[in-house]
Design a protein around this ligand. Sequence first.
Ligand SMILES: Nc1ncnc2c1ncn2[C@@H]1O[C@H](COP(=O)(O)OP(=O)(O)OP(=O)(O)O)[C@@H](O)[C@H]1O
Ligand SMILES: [Mg+2]
Length: 280
Amino acid sequence: MLGQAERLFELNKLKTGPARQGTAKVIAFTSGKGGTGKTFVSLNLAYSLAKQNKKILFIDLDSNLSNANIMINVVAKKTIYDYFTGRALLPELVFQYEQNLHFIFGDSGKTDYPKSKLDQTEHLFNQIHSLEKNYDYIFLDTGAGANDEIISILVNSDLSILITSPEPTAVMDAYVIIKFLSNNNYAGKKLVLVNKCSDPADGEATFGNLSAAASHFLNEKLHLIGSLDFDQGVGQTIIAQELLLKKEPGRKISRQIIKISKSLHEFIHMANIHHTNSLK
Ligand SMILES: Nc1ncnc2c1ncn2[C@@H]1O[C@H](COP(=O)(O)OP(=O)(O)OP(=O)(O)O)[C@@H](O)[C@H]1O
Ligand SMILES: [Mg+2]
């Protein structure tokens, strides 16, 4: 265990870290608009990949409004709040949920949470990269919005997955995120997942509109990774604090999630996604 002085020293060391050693891909989930299903989708995708023998670290970066631990009914003893306030380093916060699925949980409602964590982004990613030799994927669940903190998380990830719903407001907010990424010369791939669809055509049409606008106005290429139905059962599993995929693996939406997790793995291999070695 590190002492407080060593931790503070580590936290203050904001120089660029060494070249990345591990093979894990860092994937950020974002949406712009709140409530599109980022946490539900990323948790269930993580679980699906873990069941396919991939090692996953899920980090809840929805600052001070975190709920991944609530969704899977875990009381987190140490959270990322301990990192941002200098009490712990990231590797000390890893919680083993299942053999292949580990978590770093977030926190909620702390009154002394740092207002801006932007100046810690570089150190945060150095810490994340120090963990990546242990994993195939590191998932970052972000909060709603398009503030500098969220954009800096996305810009430093290898791949971003935009979760939208077919609602025009959600599509517009996803477009705004793409615009910010474009303005920041984001080099990673941008995948889109359309959640809460009435049918697959709904997902295709939503992606078509978003992709056409991104291509026409921003010259940005998007990839559709898949769509998920709107399913009343999702809310019920969230109320019961259970992972839908664990509880009902045969349900239609569970099969859709498994298919997307396989497509994601394939896409990453086919696209030969490179690490973002230099922090921006
Ligand atoms: N496919 C779906 N079908 C029906 N309801 C869904 C689906 N996906 C998510 N939901 C519901 O949408 C709500 C928001 O989900 P979730 O918390 O995952 O969104 P979020 O994008 O992480 O929200 P926030 O922006 O607040 O972090 C939940 O109440 C959940 O039950
Ligand atoms: Mg969320």
